[in-house]
Ligand binder design. Structure first.
Ligand SMILES: Nc1ncnc2c1ncn2[C@@H]1O[C@H](COP(=O)(O)OP(=O)(O)OP(=O)(O)O)[C@@H](O)[C@H]1O
Length: 500
């Protein structure tokens, strides 16, 4: 069996090398033709060696390339294959730009009888698997018009995907992914850095690490069932685990899908809620943290700096819609109010929310706009992408085009409109358990249990109440002392209240 598979592998490699040799030779047919003519002239001039050398130089170079590719693909790709391919991309773009711009609707004619004006192409560059260039909108066009044609331009050039960034004053930068790097799943390594401002949870389409900024941001992750929300969830929680272990971060987990997701790595979390009542208690507790910090920081400082014992709080909610739409009415009402307060006030006080949801409709996630960055994993339709990312974003971040075979892949969109095509590392259950076992959260102070009234910013914190650990049985309340009977007050005979 082994010998058979080795023979098969060798046959495939040799066949591949022969195929590439032929393709590369025929692709350079103009050069081959020129060499044949020159070689024949040399042969006529009785310079046999030089003549044959010129005639066969192109096939010989292709053969050399093919052998190199077959024997050592890594060095071939780095030294020869990659640079040749990138040169080809740039040349194809420059040569075909007029035709592509015209066909993609970017060429405009000022009058019927006048020639069409093509948007200007500038700074064409290629590196790694990306082809990047700037396009200047013509008079009568906007940068949005150019961005809207991005998908068509990418398709014309055979790109896998495209990202468009506005550079300002009519300039748009288009980054085309010419070779897909995200189709291979990657695994994380055990985190060791103490991170609380952001986490590296996968890679971008150009192969660079995908860093998700968390400081001062609330993150909404949306994706259909099976789109890989779990990878992003554990990418964030797992990478924060060393900081949680060191007391610089408190992780709060809400999982109302029976706790199936959070339970795997529960030791990383300071507080976990797996039912509606605990979830509301947990939100009250987090709101209490904000209110307490407001009173401490008022007049002292405007930005929060964490320290051991005074950590950043990160609330992770798996399936947000269960809490904000599908739970009982009272729970939904209170949870939505508390969550809105946390989302509007938490950022300045070191409280961040990372929420995950399958169904992005307004009825399920009414507070979508309060999240400052969105990760759109695979979505069902263009309408859903627009719903999640806003109008105009379906072309820039077409999450509905993500293949089912690429769970964990998506578009990360910040509130200033920067789009990155990304894929999260895959966190297997055993790996999550390993990280949770390595970095368990230190014991956390108990949560306020009940009676916390939701106060707007700037008001005094609510009165202290009995506390409980979310998920633990509530402590019995001490019965109140009976009130002492009132002493009757003397009243004036004429009923004058001032006299009483
Ligand atoms: N980053 C990834 N790379 C490769 N495969 C992945 C990745 N993330 C998830 N998968 C695969 O996709 C499957 C579904 O992922 P996951 O359970 O995270 O999806 P989900 O969006 O959380 O779905 P649901 O909402 O139904 O829980 C996983 O069992 C795993 O096999």
């Amino acid at each position: 069996m082994d010998a058979l598979s080795t023979t098969w592998a060798i046959t495939r490699t040799v066949a591949g090398a022969v195929w590439y040799m032929l393709v590369w030779t025929f692709r350079s047919w103009r050069l081959v033709l020129a060499c044949v003519m020159l070689g024949n002239l040399l042969l006529i001039g009785e310079r046999a060696f030089a003549g044959y050398a010129v005639i066969w130089c192109v096939p010989a170079f292709s053969l050399l390339r093919a052998v190199w590719w077959a024997v050592h693909p890594l060095t071939y790709e780095a030294v020869l294959g990659g640079p040749i391919r990138r040169r080809g991309w740039k040349r194809r773009l420059r040569r075909n730009w007029k035709r592509i711009a015209d066909r993609c609707g970017l060429a405009t004619a000022p009058r019927v009888d006048e020639a069409r004006v093509i948007p200007r192409l500038r700074r064409v560059r290629a590196s790694g698997n990306m082809l990047t260039f700037n396009v200047r909108a013509r008079v009568g066009q906007t940068a949005d018009d150019v961005a809207a044609a991005a998908e068509a331009i990418a398709t014309s050039l055979g790109a896998e995907a495209v990202e468009a960034h506005r550079l300002g004053a009519g300039w748009v930068e288009l980054s085309l992914t010419m070779r897909e790097l995200l189709d291979v799943a990657t695994l994380p390594t055990i985190p060791s850095a103490i991170e609380f401002r952001g986490v590296t949870i996968g890679r971008c389409s150009d192969g660079t690490p995908w860093r998700l900024d968390l400081a001062g941001r609330h993150t909404l992750v949306v994706g259909r069932s099976g789109s890989g929300k779990g990878s992003v969830f554990w990418g964030v929680a797992g990478n924060l685990a060393p900081a949680a272990h060191a007391g610089m971060v408190h992780l709060w987990g809400v999982d109302l899908k029976g706790g199936v997701e959070v339970a795997v790595g529960a030791p990383m979390f300071s507080h976990v809620a797996m039912n509606e009542a605990d979830a509301v208690g947990l939100l009250r507790g987090l709101n209490r943290v904000i209110v307490d910090r407001q009173s401490v920081m008022r007049g002292q400082s405007r930005s929060f700096e964490p320290s051991p014992g005074d950590p950043v709080h990160v609330l992770m909610i798996d399936e947000l819609a269960v809490l904000t739409a599908y739970a009982s009415k009272e729970v939904v009402n209170e949870a939505v109010n508390l969550l809105k307060l946390i989302l509007t006030q938490g950022r300045a006080f070191g409280v961040m929310v990372v929420a995950f949801v399958q169904d992005p409709r307004k009825e399920t996630v009414g507070m979508r706009d309060l999240f400052t960055q969105t990760v759109a994993l695979r979505l069902a339709s263009g309408a859903e992408t627009r719903m999640v990312l806003g109008d105009g974003m379906a072309a820039l971040a077409p999450a509905h085009h993500i293949s089912q075979t690429m769970p964990g892949a998506g578009y990360a969109v910040t509130d200033d409109g920067v789009v990155a095509r990304v894929r999260a590392d895959y966190w297997a259950d055993d790996f999550i358990r390993l990280v949770a076992g390595t970095y368990p959260a230190p014991p956390a102070p108990p949560l306020p249990d009940e009676g916390v009234t939701v106060e707007p910013a700037g008001t005094e914190p609510p009165a202290p109440v009995g506390v409980t650990l979310s998920g633990a049985p509530p402590r019995p309340r001490t019965p109140r002392k009976p009130r002492a009977p009132r002493v009757p007050q003397p009243t004036s005979s004429d009923g004058d209240p001032e006299a009483a």
